[in-house]
Ligand binder design. Structure first.
Ligand code: 4AD
Ligand code: MG
Length: 462
């Protein structure tokens, strides 16, 4: 068999040649002498027009009735059509129906709303939009591995099942093997999880960072790339209960090194998709987010902005804009603030650094002012926060004091504390939300439309 990708990429080689394709009917229309089938084989964003004629094939009537989604084998000659919209078509000599399809197929040829397509997550990869989204998703994953592997980062598989809350934010999905009807109660009347998971309380990981830090102290440059889970009940277009995260961790690095790495990575990803998925990107540019490609080209050729949280708060206050959630030093920046900073003030990606310690995680390094931590969030137009990162607190005593302040039990993190005792150098890392970067490069505006099978508080159909 030949693939449609090969036909598009090496058209000259195949021109005038006989080829065999296997794929699915996207559209089929015919008169009583000839017909046209738009055939897609999944190898490429675009389809091929198959022309079949009464005089050329022996099963014309059956093929004329082949419904959308039916699978066909087509043998035919590739004919160049320089005047037509498509560069070539396939003149069929033989068409075989390999699998039929039923008339109630939900993806008929018309524009469907994204909401409707979400309800048929098992079929939507066959639509143009989702064919583009999910190929780009696959390519971005590959680009990220390539980016880190080219620099000899070690890929570490951090556990999904974990005993520690990496963010200390209490947003963990608990894993239970207990009988939910008869949960064992302790003396205090609360559920006694000590009987759970072979005698240990466990959850699904919210982040692989802490484990990645252990590997950074051995391999220097490492990254994780895996699924993470958050039990936050936020029904927004940017939050999912199950999402993927990329978390590099670098020994001997400080906050500025961390931002340099993040900026290089984002630019690498953008360049990669523009180069490797031109048809998909053209589609997004035309039908999803007008001007996307120009904007992305702009982003890769300019430096990202770096401002401190304190400067950002000043800018928000000076803007005179009335926010729903009032701005004042010490607040956690809300989506409306983040978007204003990146979309209205700077109009490009912005690192906000040095947040108040009270709104950030326990592991971030305390700055000399005693009030802020060496954190860096990357905010981008259209999406908001796509990266959260920091330089880590490597000083044993400072970390202990900070954990006490936050009511975290040092004993639960004993192995993490050990890293500070044995060669615990300065180090830094960040987490990139994989779905958020996919939204950013495709222009898709809902996280449910960049996850193959989204799990959000309201949608988990499969
Ligand atoms: O800012 P977060 O919570 O940082 C961490 O988890 C750190 N441990 C990362 C690190 O330093 N290694 O999450 C990182 C990123 C966010 O910026 C966001 O892009 C994404 O993960 N994210 C989510 N994406 C989708 N749905 C959610 N519920 C998300 N929560 C965070
Ligand atoms: Mg964050």
């Amino acid at each position: 068999d030949t693939t449609i990708r090969e036909l598009y990429r090496e058209t000259e080689t195949y021109a005038g040649q006989e080829v065999t394709l296997r794929g699915w009917v996207r559209t089929n229309r015919s008169s009583n002498k000839f017909g046209f089938i738009e055939l897609n084989d999944g190898s490429f964003f675009k389809s091929v027009q198959v022309v079949y004629e009464q005089d050329m094939i022996n099963n014309f009537d059956a093929i004329a009735k082949a419904p959308i989604a039916a699978a066909l084998m087509v043998r035919g000659t590739l004919v160049l059509t320089p005047e037509a919209k498509q560069p070539f078509e396939l003149k069929a000599a033989e068409v075989v129906i390999e699998a039929g399809s039923e008339a109630d197929y939900p993806l008929q040829k018309k524009r469907h709303s994204l909401e409707f397509l979400r309800e048929i997550a098992h079929l939507r990869p066959r639509s143009n939009t989702f064919s583009a989204v999910f190929r780009v998703r696959s390519l971005v994953a590959y680009a990220i591995h390539q980016f880190f592997q080219d620099q000899h980062f070690v890929y570490v598989h951090t556990p999904i099942v974990t005993g520690s809350d990496a963010e200390g934010a209490g947003e963990m999905f608990h894993i239970t093997t207990l009988d939910l009807e008869n949960l064992p109660k302790g003396e205090d009347g609360n559920i006694d999880y000590s009987q759970d998971f072979f005698g240990k309380e466990t959850s699904l990981t919210v982040s692989g960072q802490l484990e990645a830090e252990t590997f950074a102290m051995a391999f220097r440059n490492v990254y994780t790339f895996g699924p993470t889970f958050r039990a936050e009940n936020s029904n927004t277009a940017r939050h999912a209960s199950e999402f993927w995260m990329i978390e590099p961790e670098v020994a001997f690095a400080d906050l500025a090194d961390n931002m340099d790495l993040a900026e290089d990575m984002i630019k690498y990803i953008i360049n990669y998709v523009l180069e490797h998925a031109p048809e998909e990107m053209e589609f997004f540019n035309s039908f999803v987010d007008k001007g996307l490609i120009d904007r992305l080209n702009n982003i890769v050729s300019n430096d990202f902005v770096r401002v401190t949280y304190t400067e950002a708060v000043d800018l928000l206050l000076k803007s005179g804009k009335e926010f729903q959630y009032p701005v004042q030093w010490g607040i956690d920046l809300q989506t409306e603030h983040e978007r204003y900073i990146t979309e209205e003030i700077f109009k490009k990606p912005v690192f906000v650094t040095d947040y108040p310690k009270d709104i950030k995680a326990f592991y971030m390094r305390i700055n000399d002012d005693g009030k802020t931590v060496a954190a860096c969030d990357l905010l981008v137009p259209g999406v908001g926060e796509i990266i959260g990162g920091s330089q880590r607190e490597e000083r044993y005593d400072v970390l202990c004091a900070r954990m006490k302040e936050m009511n975290l039990d040092e004993a639960d993190y004993w192995w993490y504390m050990d890293l500070r005792k044995y060669g615990g150098v300065k180090h830094a890392g960040y987490g990139l939300g994989f779905e958020r970067i996919i939204m950013y490069v495709t222009g898709m505006s809902n996280i449910r439309d960049v996850l193959p099978f989204p799990r959000t508080p309201k949608t988990a159909e499969f």
